[in-house]
Design a protein around this ligand. Structure first.
Ligand code: ZN
Length: 269
């Protein structure tokens, strides 16, 4: 980000603080979304006594530490998940943004923002998909819009590429799911995965998103199958695929061209 009038260290720290705040919002999403509650209203409350948490008592990580993990009003324990999600989101943001500052490699601005968005969004997707087997529209719909919006920035992909990326990537996975449903005679894939692919396509274009799907399938097989067997086939009898899509697309975005070159070299092309 050489065009930014800000030092790499300051930029990385700002990124981390920004991530902490995003993590605070993710806590709300992770708690309320599967319950079908609004994430904007009402403001944060103690889930036990309903005590309304003041904004200055809602400082990421710090508040939980100062209150020693207890509600100020009723002293009920507050899950350590809250500060952990905040710290993790802050760390991921600092790492990704720090990488762009320090790596010395030149990426288009829409790519840098897109990767940061994907990395952060994958945190609530991990938690919610593993627990509830669904991917929140609250993340994928805005993600598609972010991708389309970013494509208007100079450099990187064009709005048309982004639009085709969203459509083609979503449609492709939908067709795979449709075919699998016919073959297995049961619902094989959630629409959440389709929307997540559309988001990936909007952010990075169809080639990166679809190539990412190959990595996602490989990861899902290598990591997901043993896990499923270990859990003796959970009652849903399927693997939450969203986290693998996030990882696969991330790998594809960074390493897709290298892997492609290596593979072509292997084939002697
Ligand atoms: Zn309370």
């Amino acid at each position: 980000m050489e065009s930014f009038p800000i030092s790499p260290l300051a930029g990385t720290l700002f990124g981390g603080i920004f991530g902490l705040m995003v993590g605070s919002f993710f806590n709300v999403v992770i708690y309320r979304m599967p319950r079908g509650e609004s994430v904007v209203w009402p403001p944060s409350r103690c889930t036990q006594c309903g005590y309304q948490i003041k904004f200055y008592e809602n400082v990421p990580v710090l508040s939980w530490l100062l209150l020693r993990g207890k509600c100020k009003s009723c002293r009920t324990g507050i899950s350590i998940q809250y500060p952990l999600i905040e710290a993790l989101t802050g760390l991921v943001a600092a790492l990704v943004i720090g990488y762009f500052f320090y790596s010395g490699r030149v990426y288009p601005l829409d790519f840098k923002i897109g990767v940061t968005f994907l990395a952060l969004a994958s945190i609530p997707i991990f938690v919610i998909d593993f627990r509830h087997f669904l991917i929140p529209d609250l993340i994928t719909y805005p993600g598609i819009l972010v991708g389309l919006g970013l494509s208007f920035l100079p450099g990187g992909q064009t709005p048309l590429q982004s639009l085709i990326g969203a459509g083609a990537s979503g449609l492709f996975l939908w067709l795979v799911g449709f075919a699998a449903t016919l073959l297995l005679k049961k619902e094989a894939m959630g629409l959440g995965d389709v929307k997540l692919m559309a988001m990936a396509g909007a952010l990075f274009g169809a080639p990166t998103a679809l190539f990412g799907l190959i990595f996602a399938s490989a990861l899902g097989t290598v990591v997901g199958l043993p896990m499923m067997l270990f859990r003796k086939l959970n009652e849903h009898r399927h693997i939450p695929f969203g986290p693998y899509i996030c990882m696969g697309v991330g790998i594809s975005a960074f390493f897709g061209p290298q892997v492609m070159d290596w593979y072509m070299g292997l084939l002697g092309w």
